[in-house]
Design a protein around this ligand. Sequence first.
Ligand code: HEM
Length: 255
Amino acid sequence: MVPAMSVAPASTGVRQPNPLLTFAKSSIGKKWIVGISGALLIIFVLGHLAGNLTIYIGPYGEGINVYAQTLHANTLFLWGARIGLLVVFIIHIFTALLVARENYQARPQRYAVHKHIQSSIFVRTMVLSGLLILCFLIFHVLQFAFGINGYSHLIDAEGRHDVAAMIILSFHHPLVSGFYLLSIIILGLHLSHGISSVLQTFGLNGRKTLPTVKIAAIIAAWVLMAGFASIPVAAVTGCLKVLPSDKRPAAAAIH
Ligand code: HEM
């Protein structure tokens, strides 16, 4: 009798697909990618808001000038974060559009199923608000990160870049502050849907937990947005003031 032996399967020469790649290409995998990249973007939004709120420290918003100076002194961290943010942002948009396309292709042709229609309206709203946020971000980064605003030459009494004055004076233009407030509302809508959708993708979708998750997401999104909106509102209403010209180094007067 021939003894039983474990024999390794003969190689077929066909490469096994990478399980991670297979998951990433699946419908649920794409939703996870949108969820994880969305969660990372929310962390950025939280950090950015915390940084921006330092504009309320000091009579002329000096807090944000110190914050910006510290951030720009850490070149490696700054550029690492910027490149990471850009990569995550591209992944988020690209995968979200793929999910939207899949959703569109799977839409019912003749016999409308209510749940399906609801979810496709949801995805369409997210795509539209997402694209509007992208337009806002292009304007915003050109204005403040690239300094195309007419006030980026300003220096405060300590010789630092006067980021506070740059922001406050930019918001004195009603079109600029109006555009910001509108964009912040759109971001609030995107986030209140997005946060609850991320939490559901990660399993918080039970019958009992779902209503709480949805309400918590809406509250979280609008608290964040109130923080951002407070800055243009405080600038327009005069609650945030800029350093007067006579207290600045001569080269940095307000024209
Ligand atoms: C009133 C609201 C806001 C103010 C005052 C503000 C201020 C600024 C400033 C001063 C910068 C330049 C930072 C630097 O040069 O390092 C910046 C960059 C940026 N902001 Fe905002 N921001 C606001 C709202 C937002 C919102 C709602 C978003 C969207 C989520 C956003 C996303 C970004 C991004 C992606 C950058 C580029 C990151 C970088 O280059 O460092 N900002 N913002």
